[in-house]
Design a protein around this ligand. Structure first.
Ligand code: C2E
Ligand code: MG
Ligand code: MG
Ligand code: MG
Length: 291
């Protein structure tokens, strides 16, 4: 990193930003190898209606099963993957594996859409629409079996290509969601441009609902604002009955969080879904106490 235009001649070296730093090269090649050797694994977290407790979807969340380090959470490798472009391989893997899981669930009568996280880079640099359609076809699933959650993790100056990709997907019947709403570089600007159907309020806002004397005005405003644009609203990081009640009161549509379920490995997720979806949603969602 060179402090440009300041005429000081001082160079600040930041290893995290140097694509050739030895530490990073180690992780990048390990990650590339990990992807190739099938070390990426998906966990699944339900999205539940705040009105009646029905399961409206399941989000696929990637984990890296590292041979020495054990489970590495996505926050520790997705940012690197995004900087280096490796994220495209991760997206391809998650789409295939996630839709494979969805196929198994559909065969069991568990017809819940699967939400897959994609990076803005995927929308800009790859034929994401083509990839999604190919994976849906491979698994014999309709377009509403998948929802794409887009995170604004890189500063986007020109959303043009991403907008075109999302439009193409929408025409095919695939809907999209703007993730981590409120934390990006320009959430409002992006929301105005991106053809999405849903916003997910970042959990940093939702968490504040539980704080002593915390002001819920921000969450309430985001819900009203998104509804004004005709969008559905998901609250992420729901951890308490108190937050559940407030979100219901604000008219928030859907919630996701440890209060409902942590992300689960596939067999556990299947069991959870069988209980909640097949055997009757509202009664079994375990939400009566908080509803
Ligand atoms: P996200 O898409 O916003 O996912 C929600 C994160 O919040 C997940 O963390 C989830 O485990 C966590 N979470 C859910 N409920 C609660 C709660 O009640 N309390 C708390 N404290 N946390 C909760 P996770 O799985 O570590 O994923 C972190 C981020 O990594 C994701 O944020 C997403 O941006 C990214 N990510 C995960 N999987 C993928 C993927 O397959 N592709 C890409 N590009 N990014 C991914
Ligand atoms: Mg997400
Ligand atoms: Mg999020
Ligand atoms: Mg996130």
């Amino acid at each position: 990193y060179v402090a440009k235009g300041e005429g000081t001649g001082i160079e600040l070296y930041d290893a995290a930003r140097d694509p050739n730093s030895p530490a990073r090269l180690g992780t990048v090649s390990a990650l590339r190898e990990g992807i190739e050797q099938g070390q990426l694994e998906l966990h699944y977290q339900p999205k539940v209606s705040l009105r009646d407790g029905t399961v409206v979807g399941v989000e696929a969340l990637v984990r890296w099963q590292h041979p020495e380090r054990g489970i590495v959470p996505p926050d520790e490798f997705i940012p690197l993957a995004e900087r280096t472009g490796l994220v495209h391989q991760i997206t391809a893997h998650v789409l295939r594996e996630g839709l494979g899981q969805a196929r198994l669930w559909w065969d069991l009568g568990l017809q819940v859409p699967i939400a897959v996280n994609v990076s803005m880079r995927d929308l800009h640099e790859t034929d994401l629409a083509g990839l999604v359609v190919a994976e849906l076809d491979r698994h014999g699933l309709p377009p509403d079996a998948i929802v794409l959650e887009v995170t604004e993790s890189v500063l986007v100056l020109d959303a043009g290509r991403a907008v075109a990709t999302l439009r193409e997907l929408r025409e095919l019947g695939v809907s999209a969601s703007l993730d981590d709403f409120g934390t990006g570089y320009s959430s409002l600007l992006l929301l105005e441009q991106l053809p999405v159907d849903e916003v997910k309020i970042d959990r940093s806002f939702v968490r504040r609902l539980d704080e002593e004397g915390g002001d819920p005005a921000m969450v309430r405003s985001i819900v009203d604002f998104a509804h004004g644009l005709g969008l559905s609203v998901v609250a992420e990081g729901l951890e308490t009955s108190h937050a559940w009640r407030l979100l219901r009161e604000f008219g928030c549509d859907v919630a996701q969080g440890y209060r409902i379920s942590r992300p689960m490995p596939s067999d556990q997720a299947t069991q959870w879904l069988v209980e909640r979806v097949v055997r009757g949603p509202a009664e079994r969602a375990g939400l009566r106490a908080v509803g």
